[in-house]
Write a protein that binds this ligand. Structure first.
Ligand code: PNS
Length: 170
């Protein structure tokens, strides 16, 4: 029961976040300025491939990055995004678009999610500084010795460095 209280729009920003990048954080920061509540929803089992970071690590990395944003919460979900969105009574799904090719798959995904949940997807254009940044590229470059410090938030850099140390000591 909500005692008649009216709440503002609640948005859900879903993703694998393996790891979160500055592109993700930029979308989170901007969406948090638009919506009353933003839930960053980490998918438990990403479809593309086995994640490098555990669910706990991915949630903790985002949690560390959004500490200063009081209307942002970090949660996780398994199964269909549409079911989770309904369960959380969200008003909108947020996605970032980096390049035109992102739009092709995102458009059909948005239509499917709306057909399943009646919830629309709104797209934020990635900041042009991050239009080439993806989690998979960040991982590849970092673990091959490249410098990605400008592409990921500091807490994420620390998690990745710890993982690299661990891999080196094994
Ligand atoms: O960061 P990613 O890997 O691009 O995020 C993809 C994600 C998690 C948003 C997408 O894979 C998803 O929604 N997975 C949940 C399963 C689902 O609902 N699939 C049907 C989408 S049409």
């Amino acid at each position: 029961m909500n005692n008649g209280a009216v709440r503002g729009p609640r948005a859900i920003y879903p993703g694998s976040f393996d790891p979160p990048t500055n592109g993700h954080l930029d979308v989170i920061t901007r969406a948090a300025q638009i919506f009353s509540e933003l839930i960053v929803a980490v998918v438990v089992n990403p479809q593309k491939r086995e994640p490098m970071f555990t669910l706990d690590e991915r949630e903790a990395m985002i949690g560390d990055c959004v500490r200063g944003l009081p209307n942002v919460k970090v949660e996780h979900f398994r199964g269909l995004l549409a079911d989770y969105v309904k369960e959380r009574d969200a008003d909108v799904i947020i996605k970032g678009l980096r390049v035109v090719s992102d739009f092709e798959s995102e458009m059909s995904t948005a239509l499917m999610n709306r057909a399943l949940s009646d919830v629309d997807t709104m797209f934020l254009m990635s900041d042009q500084r991050y239009s080439f940044v993806s989690s998979s590229m960040v991982k590849e470059v970092f673990f091959l010795g490249g410098d990605v410090a400008a592409l990921v938030p500091d807490p994420v850099m620390r998690y990745m460095s710890r993982r690299r140390e661990k891999l080196r000591s094994n």
